[in-house]
Design a binder for this molecule. Sequence first.
Ligand code: 5GP
Length: 208
Amino acid sequence: MDKRGKLVVISGFSGAGKGTVSKALVERYGYSLSVSATTRSPREGEEDGREYFFKTESDFLKLIDYNGFIEYARYVDHYYGTPRKYVEDELAAGHVVLLEIEVQGAMKIKDQYPDAILLFITAPSIELLKDRLVGRGTESMEIVEKRMSRAAQEAEDIDVYEYIVVNEEGKLAECIETVHAIIESETCRVSAREDFIRSLREGLAEYR
Ligand code: 5GP
């Protein structure tokens, strides 16, 4: 891969399974996964620094002032943001960096990094989405309703994405492979391999 890596934004309605897909991509293919900061409370089993950096609102606002995020957004009563340093370091090292973020953040990323790949993961139907969200049991019904209403808003913005991948029931492995194939093909674009192509040309210079 060329010196600059690739940013891949993975969004999807709450409960679509994007977290599971991202984690599997990291484990199987060694992609880097950015850990966001948030002001929401940890869910059972979540650890500070692993799922999120859990912050107080005042600490989060300070980080905004220090230009510590490449993007941040408010989502259902809380702030979420992508820490700048990790992403910039990983890109400079030439890695593929996954950002699991919502739609407003995705748009901000596309403005700053026009080469970023924007990918939307969804459940096959809205009934199934709600079943998954309720079945997960991590949120109260009030929050489930807020997240469904947020999904309705997000659906209006799906056009900003380049790819939509359906996470079919019982076919998680297929979904993971589809996302991987999309990333692979994007990193094979001629426009993404300018340094490599230059080195090929340099190697052939004496034969001109
Ligand atoms: P959850 O509370 O379910 O972990 O996340 C809620 C939403 O916030 C999800 O859509 C998730 O992708 C999004 N999110 C997580 N981290 C970030 C971030 O750093 N920036 C933005 N814009 N959204 C985020």
